[in-house]
Write a protein that binds this ligand. Structure first.
Ligand SMILES: Cc1cc2nc3c(=O)[nH]c(=O)nc-3n(C[C@H](O)[C@H](O)[C@H](O)COP(=O)(O)OP(=O)(O)OC[C@H]3O[C@@H](n4cnc5c(N)ncnc54)[C@H](O)[C@@H]3O)c2cc1C
Length: 496
């Protein structure tokens, strides 16, 4: 039976669902609030022929279905890229993942000895019952190594002091990693793992990447969805979703590019819009407890200062983590290293200086010209180019880049998910902000793939909340619970 399906958002989740459903002859309409780009946070923005990501998007998944999907959409345009990244701290670039000899030579003999002494001190006199990230990591590695390799970057990304971040996050992130094993990892001969499914995702040494950036994947996916009969409305923001009890269907209300309001009926609605907004747009209205839960969901935002300059081939890393406390920038992307086709003229390069912020704070609210001036100053301070070399620049803002996992987020998400399941039949939540889960494209896509299967089957075959951060589906029951409990990937505040 053909169903009419409305999809909110043309990011990886919305487009994956749309592609699979139209392939299965379902009638699909996507509403995307962005007037220009599909791809959501995985879009590729463009400026005068330069292409750049929001962050840098590696295509890597432990799920074969996801890898196969990418190959089906772009059979001839995926590059296999080597991963190269370093850490910048006080004038030095350290290899990342760390290499012992490299780290020791760059720290210098005095700092290295001090690091060892501070490690010995941490082992002899550890902080009792460490409750915060700072105490936990210092106990593990010593204060000095904590300060160099953990403190500043963590604080830049999350906007919280390490002494305010709960220790359980550190225990999750760095579990099993002692100084001994870190040193062994750094000095042991490097071999390619036989089985990539055992690889720690953040440390993979190569990944796939569309030759014109991640947006290329989603632009082609959108094109193919249209060819299969789907409709994609760009610049349409969904502002209301009403479950019509009498007709047992949905009325989706949108604000269109010229400001007019339209509505359209659907049998099912798939939403990848942030849970916070969706919950407040539902009719009949959600319970006061659910509305409160929705309003309490929080996000971390992000902006990139893009600087275009002649390519002096100073560095060929994909990105550099900026641990140095003397600058505000958190990471620098070298888009040409992701793919040479990201720049229109091989004589030039395009760097993305990434600033983590909160919507409305000083960085977010600064004028573009002030941010560009800041970016140029900081690039010069780090020593990668002089400000005068920059010939052009622009700023790209990304609200709600990271759903925040604070102390209450899990309870809030559960309240919303349960009420939607019980009282809003035919409404399906998918994706990153759609389910308030901090994760990558593959995970967002897998929730959409299983959602499409549920809709085609006409019943709940899969529980989408059982997809874990590695885009693997866990059956309900004990295995499922264990998978979900491992979701603490972002930090929470120390409870007082
Ligand atoms: C800095 C950074 C680096 C990253 N690096 C990687 C990486 O290396 N590899 C990787 O796989 N993933 C990476 N990710 C994660 C990846 O970007 C996301 O997992 C993915 O984009 C989520 O897809 P989605 O469709 O769920 O959501 P989104 O990408 O957020 O898309 C949602 C879409 O819905 C639209 N929308 C929202 N509300 C409405 C509304 N009311 N009406 C209409 N449209 C609406 C939005 O405009 C957007 O287009 C990174 C993310 C960040 C922030």
């Amino acid at each position: 039976m053909t169903k009419r399906i409305g999809i909110i958002g043309a990011g990886p989740a919305g487009l994956t669902a749309a592609y699979l459903l139209t392939k299965n002859k379902q009638q699909v309409t996507i509403f995307e609030s962005d007037p220009v780009y599909v791809g959501g946070i995985s879009r590729t923005a463009r400026y005068k022929g330069y292409h750049f990501d929001i962050g840098g998007h590696r295509f890597f998944s432990k799920s074969k279905e996801v890898e196969d999907f990418w190959t089906e959409i772009l059979p001839n345009d995926m590059l296999e890229r080597p991963r190269s990244s370093r850490i910048f701290y006080r004038g030095n670039f350290f290899s990342y993942p760390l290499r012992a000899f490299d780290a020791l030579t760059k720290l210098g003999i005095i700092e290295s000895v001090l690091c060892v002494l501070s490690y010995v001190k941490a082992k002899l006199m550890p902080i009792k019952n460490p409750k915060d990230f700072q105490s936990w990591v210092s106990n593990q590695f010593g204060w000095r190594l904590f300060r160099i390799f953990f403190k500043t970057y963590t604080e830049k990304v999350w906007g919280m002091k390490c002494s305010e971040i709960s220790a359980d996050w550190a225990a999750q992130r760095i579990k099993g990693l002692s100084l001994g094993s870190a040193i062994w990892n750094a000095i042991k001969p490097k071999t390619r793992p036989k089985n990539r499914t055992n690889v720690i995702k953040t440390l993979i040494d190569s990944f796939r990447y569309p030759r014109k950036g991640p947006g290329m994947m989603w632009e082609v996916c959108a094109e193919k969805t249209r060819e299969q009969g789907g409709t994609i409305h760009m610049g349409y923001r969904v502002i209301g979703c009403t479950f019509q009890q009498d007709k047992k269907n949905w009325l989706v209300k949108c604000e269109c590019p010229q400001g007019q309001i339209i509505d359209q009926e659907f049998d099912d609605v798939i939403s990848s819009a942030p849970m916070r907004e969706l919950a407040q747009s539902l009719q009949p209205r959600m319970s006061p407890a659910a509305i409160r839960a929705a309003k309490n969901l929080k996000y971390r935002d992000f902006l990139t200062v893009v600087l275009i300059l002649p390519d002096r081939k100073i560095f060929d890393d994909n990105w550099i983590y900026i641990h140095d406390p003397g600058v505000k920038v958190g990471r620098i992307q070298n888009f040409k290293s992701w793919s040479p086709e990201m720049v229109p003229d091989p004589q030039y390069n395009c760097y993305g200086l990434e600033y983590f912020c909160f919507e409305g704070d000083q960085i977010w609210a600064a004028k573009d010209e002030d941010l560009i001036a800041l970016g140029k100053r900081e690039l010069e301070k780090i020593g990668l180019a002089s400000a005068a070399e920059v010939v052009d620049a622009c700023v790209v803002r990304q609200p709600k880049a990271y759903p925040v996992y604070d102390d209450e987020y899990a309870v809030n998400v559960e309240i919303l998910a349960k009420e939607i399941e019980a009282s809003y039949p035919g409404l399906h939540l998918v994706g990153r902000n759609g389910m308030h889960k901090y994760n990558n494209q593959d995970h967002a896509m897998m929730t959409a793939m299983l959602c499409a299967e549920n809709i085609i089957a006409g019943r709940k075959v899969y529980d989408l909340w059982q997809v874990n951060q590695d885009a693997e589906y866990h059956e309900s029951g004990e295995a499922g619970k264990a998978a979900l409990s491992g979701l603490r990937l972002v930090p929470s505040r120390v409870s007082s």
